[in-house]
Design a binder for this molecule. Structure first.
Ligand code: SF4
Length: 512
């Protein structure tokens, strides 16, 4: 093969299959055709604007791609219909007839294009060509395929794209073939999981990103059904999770501050709430709170999790008396002072879980907390009827809880909420609850985390003999939550309630 020293024109050949026939491996993806089109346009636009390029050739028989190629001033050639290698030869033949130039043959299935990557790859090719190698190849991320080839267009060259093409290029062209690196072109889109791995390199082109968002919306429409199989749901959820979080698992080191374990409600599964007879004192003293918080701060905690029963003073004289003796008219009064003292004395950030609060109470607590929380638990009023888990608990009426979640949004308070599963609700009711939270989040953007908590029967409660939530239901619901809330939401499945099943729940919540 000849050695080439002179700088030549650079042409880019972009073969694009008919959109209806391309990427059948993405078959189940709603909006597959639109995604292929957006990626093709992004490729044509990118190379059309790259200053080192003399011209772009699009080899295609797809009418929509032809139109967009013309829009981006590309030369359009008919695809002979013999596959990617035939389309590549068509582009090279056109160039050969028009004199000397370098050519890049590049696929059109990338989410993003990096000018830095392509400049560095082309410079690397030109440098290595000085040493005799005349064909550069960009290997696919899985190491087997070839996503782009750079070569002199006059070369006697046969394109070898297809399975294991990188190996075939290496063995066929031997010392005249070199690998060049361009990360953005290593990550082509063949399978659903390629989308998330590609996005890890950086955001998609804006138009591709819009299509991806639309695909996500369509996924929502499709998946909101109680009948959908767990494995299908989990697969879609993993793809969204990877896109939003990759393999990141987070936790918040915190101290737990049960300021009062008294509660006016009587939820049939609860072991947190106690009667006055079963506890030493109705409230933790301020000294005790600060003592625990200081110990936590020393150990590296950053959060003070205040957890309380709902308005115990409405039900228990012991609570009313303690508050009066200590100069407070309500539990919230005491909580405001305590949270402020924790910030002032320890620097820990209070997260307030004080049951159902009204707007004035939230307004008072906002300056002394980083965030607040209230599990919606369920949006089903049926569960408040006699015989059901929330019968006799006025604070468990869904409308009351949704009103507080909405008020948090109005007041711009970062908020954690979620659902409790296995307490008698149906899958449809879970979807309804998650969708209602999401509707509020879409309006106010204040939900920072969704918890999917599984019911576990506890001795001494009315539901002690009830079945725990099944792990398949847990995985199904976590996956549904991910699909409803999309890639960016933080989703938590309490690890302490799933100790034997961490792999399964983490598999859906956080990582593969
Ligand atoms: S409202 Fe909360 S603390 Fe009170 S009984 Fe129900 S679950 Fe327990």
């Amino acid at each position: 093969m000849r050695k080439i020293n002179d700088e030549e024109h650079l042409w880019v050949i972009v073969p694009v299959k008919r959109l209806d026939d391309s990427k059948s491996r993405l078959g189940e993806l709603p909006g597959r055709r639109e995604l292929m089109f957006a990626m093709a346009e992004a490729t044509l636009s990118f190379f059309g604007e790259w200053s080192r390029v003399t011209g772009v050739i699009c080899v295609t028989s797809d009418p929509a791609v032809r139109r967009v190629a013309i829009k981006h001033k590309a030369v359009v050639l008919d695809d002979p219909g013999t596959g990617l290698n035939g389309a590549s030869s068509t582009g090279l033949d056109w160039l050969k007839k028009r004199g000397k130039s370098n050519a890049i043959i590049v696929h059109a299935d990338f989410l993003r294009h990096s000018l830095a990557d392509v400049n560095s790859a082309y410079n690397s090719y030109l440098t290595q060509r000085e040493n005799g190698a005349v064909i550069g190849g960009i290997r696919s991320a899985d190491g087997a395929g070839t996503n782009a080839i750079v070569l002199p267009s006059q070369l006697d060259f046969t394109a070898l794209f297809g399975p294991n093409s990188f190996h075939r290029y290496t063995t066929t062209y031997q010392e005249n073939f070199v690998e060049i690196k361009a990360p953005c072109f290593s990550h082509d889109i063949d399978y659903l999981e390629n989308i998330s791995s590609s996005l890890e390199l950086g955001p998609a082109e804006s138009k591709v990103d819009m299509v991806l968002k639309d695909i996500q919306d369509k996924a929502f429409d499709i998946e909101l059904s109680a009948e959908i199989d767990t494995s299908v749901l989990a697969s879609r959820a993993r793809e969204l999770r990877d896109r939003g979080h990759g393999d990141l698992i987070t936790f918040s080191p915190k101290v737990f501050l049960p300021l009062t374990e008294l509660c006016r409600d009587v939820c049939h599964y609860c072991t947190f709430a106690k009667t006055p007879k079963r506890i030493k004192a109705p409230y933790m003293t301020l000294d005790r709170v600060l003592d625990v918080a200081r110990q936590g701060a020393k150990l590296g905690c950053s959060e003070a999790l205040f957890t309380l029963g709902d308005r115990p003073e409405d039900r228990y004289k012991a609570a009313r008396d303690w508050l009066t003796e200590n100069g407070y008219s309500s539990t919230v009064d005491y909580l405001v002072d305590t949270a402020k003292a924790v910030i002032d004395e320890t620097g820990l950030l209070p997260h307030i879980n004080a049951g159902c609060l009204n707007s004035e109470e939230m307004r008072r607590l906002k300056p002394v907390s980083a965030s607040m929380g209230l599990m919606l638990e369920s949006a089903s009023e049926r569960l408040c009827e006699k015989g059901e888990a929330h019968y006799g608990s006025p604070d468990k009426w869904p409308s009351v809880r949704l009103a507080m979640i909405e008020e948090a949004g109005r007041q711009n308070i970062p908020f954690t909420t979620g659902i409790l599963i296995g307490i008698g609700e149906t899958r449809d009711e879970r979807i309804d609850a998650l969708a209602k939270i999401n509707a509020l989040h879409l309006r106010y953007g204040h939900i920072q985390e969704i918890i999917v908590q599984n019911f576990m029967p506890k001795p001494g409660t009315k539901m002690a003999e009830a079945e725990p939530a099944k792990i398949d239901e847990m995985v199904w619901t976590i996956a549904m939550a991910r699909i409803i809330f999309g890639p960016d939401m933080s989703i938590q499945a309490p690890p302490n309630l799933n100790t034997g099943e961490l792999g399964l729940t983490i598999g859906v919540v956080y990582r593969r």
